[in-house]
Design a protein around this ligand. Structure first.
Ligand SMILES: [Zn+2]
Length: 387
């Protein structure tokens, strides 16, 4: 195990607790740091297989496993109100979401730390990604899931052989049940929200974009934002490329939330340094980003400032329209991912998008994961034609 796990709040060193998921002194989130190693050249990379471990110099020194994140996701051109946009199709990863990147690195890290059984709380995509990575690593995973989670997502988690514990009540109850179980059994918490190695897997999205664009950074990247895993991963990756002299500037990062659950947007527009958890929230179509209290809220706001970015929130009607517009462009995504479409439209109307290229939108999750919701959003079929 290399590098140091260090608390983002009190700087406490956790290098001897590789399975720690948060600071054992102040309960703050941990960061993973290691001395910058020699960086690759693009022509060196061209000879390597695609996927997360292609960028091994920026990851922990672990023997890569042949896994589920050993592929690049396509960049598909879109036209949003006349503006050329490239859709980064992260929903093409094997479990149907970008979370395969984070799961690959986190599970490999825990495996190297000697963990053989771990816990996770999730209502969907993270549980599936971690379950799939865990089964390939021979690691037993138990997923605490709200009983109200969509049956398809629960079935997907179980299909990978994970044990599923359905917990009645709101999402927070699943976390409470997990923590009680961890306390009683000493099992490791493979948290996609807390563990920093998950973000280091997600950051490979930035390296891949840089390669796909011919060795430059995009001008703007628009991404769905709940806990901020995509945004923080992109910021980590592009900041490392900048420090290595491989790009000239960070892309402008744009965080998109649903109006009904928008603590990051509210903190951003108030000019706050921390995110105050939202108290009264309503259900939203974008359930994957409906997080009232992101654990790394302070880091999300700092990444937005550092990249000269911004945060904006979109309505339920706009999200539904985004699903339909992306469908017409050949891309069937979860409503959570479709928030990027109205965000792009609004940025264009405000004159805040470059019209000469360099705009990337992250499409994080496959539409088939939300098939019940999707059926309600798509216009009913017309009456059958008369014979
Ligand atoms: Zn601390």
């Amino acid at each position: 195990m290399d590098g140091t796990l260090r608390c983002a709040r009190c700087d406490r060193d956790h290098r001897h607790q590789p399975a720690a998921w948060r600071c054992q002194v102040c309960a703050g989130p941990l960061n993973w740091q290691r001395a910058p190693g020699p960086w690759w050249r693009r022509r060196d990379l061209a000879r390597r297989p695609a996927g997360v471990w292609r960028y091994r110099e920026a990851l922990p020194c672990l023997e890569p496993t042949a896994g589920l994140a050993d592929m690049a996701t396509p960049l598909v051109p879109l036209d949003v109100a006349g503006v050329p946009v490239l859709a980064k199709c992260e929903f093409c990863l094997p479990t149907g979401s970008y979370k395969d990147r984070g799961a690959a690195v986190l599970i490999r890290w825990l495996q190297a730390a000697g963990v053989t059984a771990a816990l996770e709380d999730s209502s969907g995509n993270a549980g599936a990604a971690l379950a799939a990575a865990a089964t390939r690593a021979g690691l037993a995973l138990t997923v605490f899931c709200p009983a109200s989670a969509p049956p398809g997502k629960r079935a997907q988690i179980r299909a990978y052989g994970a044990r599923l514990v359905a917990v009645e009540g709101p999402r927070a109850r699943a976390t409470e049940a997990l923590l009680a179980h961890a306390e009683a059994t000493g099992a490791a918490y493979a948290s996609h929200l807390w563990h920093p190695l998950f973000l280091h897997g997600v950051k490979t999205m930035a390296f891949e974009l840089w390669e796909q664009l011919g060795g430059v950074a995009p001008a703007t990247v628009v991404c769905p934002t709940g806990a901020g895993s995509i945004l923080l991963g992109l910021h980590l990756g592009f900041a490392q490329l900048l420090a290595a002299g491989l790009i000239r500037a960070l892309p402008r990062l744009v965080a998109v939330q649903a109006e009904r659950v928008q603590p990051v947007c509210q903190a951003w527009h108030a000019g706050d340094a921390t995110v105050t958890p939202a108290t009264a929230t309503e259900p939203t179509l974008a359930d994957g980003i409906a997080l009232p209290g992101p654990v790394r809220g302070m880091e999300v706001l700092a990444a937005l400032r550092d990249s000269r970015g911004m945060a904006l929130a979109v309505t339920e009607e706009e999200i539904a329209d985004g699903v339909r517009q992306l469908g017409r462009a050949g891309l069937c995504v979860e409503p959570t991912s479709a928030v990027v479409w109205p965000a792009l439209s609004r940025l264009h109307q405000a004159g805040r998008l470059p019209t000469d290229g360099g705009v990337v939108a992250i499409l994080s999750g496959n539409g088939l994961k939300a098939v019940g919701v999707l059926a309600d959003l798509i216009e009913p079929e017309g009456a059958p034609a008369a014979p």
